[in-house]
Design a protein around this ligand. Structure first.
Ligand code: FE2
Ligand code: FE2
Length: 135
């Protein structure tokens, strides 16, 4: 396991969204650092909650922007967001209950999922958003 690092391969070409993704990576890395420091479950729960909170906020802004540019696959994208939030909610419960290995599993889940989602799903709205001058 390691930090999740933002680089240009993650850029979706829309400044606001890139900066939100970068901040999300930082929040995830704070959670990672706490795991490395072997912080207690209360702290890990709180830091994971910050990840969940920021992700929820980011998804909602992303969805508003997709609507504004009439992105045709918005329903599918929203569904993917919904599933992620549901899964992250379960992960939060596991961390809250102090399930052994849950924070590490959460970190792997987040990094793997984010890379696939940003590169595979988010990048698809780029041409629609840049056409509107949102970039
Ligand atoms: Fe995103
Ligand atoms: Fe997304």
């Amino acid at each position: 396991m390691s930090h999740i690092k933002w680089d240009d391969t993650f850029s979706v070409g829309v400044e606001l969204i890139d900066s939100q993704h970068q901040l999300l990576f930082q929040i995830i890395n704070r959670f990672y650092d706490a795991i490395e420091r072997k912080e207690n479950q209360t702290i890990l729960s709180k830091l994971f909650h910050e990840v969940l909170d920021y992700t929820t906020m980011h998804f909602s802004i992303e969805e508003t922007m997709m609507k504004q540019c009439n992105y045709p696959d918005i329903a599918q994208h929203q569904e993917i967001h919904k599933r992620l939030i549901a899964r992250a909610g379960e992960v939060q419960q596991e961390i809250n209950r102090g399930v052994k290995g849950a924070p590490q599993a959460a970190m792997l889940f987040l990094t793997d999922w984010l890379e696939k989602h940003i590169k595979g799903n988010d990048k698809q709205y780029t041409p629609f958003m840049t056409k509107l001058g949102a970039a």
